[in-house]
Design a protein around this ligand. Sequence first.
Ligand code: SAM
Length: 328
Amino acid sequence: MDRYSRPVRGLRISVTSACDLRCFFCHGEGLEDKSGELMTPEEIERIVRVAMELGVDSVKLTGGEPMMRSDILEIVSRLNGLGLRDLSMTTNGFRFAEMARDLRMHGLKRVNISLHSTRPDRYAMITGLDLVEAARRHSQVLEAVRAAVEAGLNPVKLNVVILRGINDDELDDLIRLAEELSSSSEIVVQLIELVGCGLAAGKGLEHHYLPLSGLEERVARMAVAGITRSLHYRSRYQMPNGVWIEFVRPSGNHLFCMNDTRLRITHDGRFKPCLMRSDNEVEFLTAMRSGASDEELKRLFLRAVEAREPFWKPPIKEGKVRWSVGEK
Ligand code: SAM
């Protein structure tokens, strides 16, 4: 539990900073540079085991592009062996179609696949690939989604960062595409608000930022069912064709931050308490490599939990009122 009564239940672990795509808006999970030593599968397993002893029960693997790690199956398998409640990955689809079954067999439960446009020409503009390569890669991503569904990963989420003037007119196409791709698994289209932190900071992305309130209102009017998730207080709506649409709307949203239960880990072994900041990270890999005990690693983990602070806070005067999440 942090100082705002937020439990830490999940780890979002970047297993590499390398990526085969160059999405122009990429925040690189809040990192400002991509250097640093990579954690080994054993080190990733150890830090997760230690965190589990303090209440963590879910892990999402990210990057860079996690599928660029040649030992990704070993990482998944080791984490699965720890008995996590949830083990998932976010990927751009690289090598995913051919490995979906193996990943499932080694313990991956669900996957988010980034597909920022239904159209290959826009996908080219977003990812920095030339048109021919973008068309090939785009169909590879669709294959990845089909393979994920066939392998029984559930739900399969399509991550779409909404970019004003580029892909903000694709809602209907996304709903249709998701219906086409789904069969046994639930497909959730996850619409993500653009944030300008980490590698994306200072890139002049403001004109592509679109607050998602308008799109959400439109989706809500079409919905036949809806839920508010406890994580980030995110809304999810079901469309008449069965497809779910989820909104990730962090900007200026204290409900998002107050309902955040995840701590980040960087590829080079640092706890990162907030996507938006780099000044409160806690490094643990050096300690681990110099023979730190599990108890010492737990202390570093708890130091990072202690440093957690909602980036967007409730609209109250700092220091005057204690504010926490919970029942009343
Ligand atoms: N390479 C993997 C992928 O593409 O899913 C994992 C890493 S990527 C940084 C993780 C997620 O963050 C992706 O869905 C990506 O679209 C999203 N993302 C990247 N930059 C973002 C930004 N500036 N604002 C919001 N989401 C962003």
